[in-house]
Design a protein around this ligand. Structure first.
Ligand code: CO
Length: 143
């Protein structure tokens, strides 16, 4: 793998919100964004999400789904919501995952299907400058 081009485009910024309808409404009425997806549930990841589509990428609004949501604790600590993760695209998630582990990063999960329908892994923020990083395999179809 080419070291210099390991990370592909930044795909989205994940924002945890306590109320996804209110957050969508804010992006729509305050910022005037029209292209926002309907909220959808992703039970295996314990989130409900919606994408705010912008020319440079997406804001991924996420709110807890179910009792075991990984973002419940984050919202407990940040009741108004806040920046939760950064997502970069990679060509091959399995290769990327192995390489990250080889380089001493804690890879938090086996590759699993994310909100874009392609496999993702998360890297421990303690190994990545305090930022939770999501690596996502680039969708085969343009998105
Ligand atoms: Co994400």
């Amino acid at each position: 793998m080419d070291y210099k081009t390991f990370l592909g485009p930044m795909n989205h910024i994940g924002i945890a919100v306590p109320d996804i309808e209110a957050a969508i409404d804010m992006y729509r009425t305050v910022f005037g964004v029209e292209d926002i997806t309907e909220p959808a549930d992703l039970p295996p990841q314990g989130v409900t999400y919606a994408f705010v589509n912008l020319p440079t990428g997406q804001v991924e609004l996420i709110t807890p789904y179910g009792d075991m949501s990984p973002i419940s604790k984050f919202l407990k600590n940040n009741p108004k919501g806040g920046m939760h993760h950064l997502c970069f695209e990679v060509k091959d998630i399995h290769e990327a995952s192995l390489l990250m582990a080889e380089r001493g990063m804690r890879v938090l999960n086996e590759p699993r299907i994310g909100a874009h329908g392609t496999p993702v892994v998360f890297l421990h923020p303690g190994d990545a400058g305090g930022v939770l990083i999501e690596l996502m395999e680039t969708p085969k179809e343009p998105h």
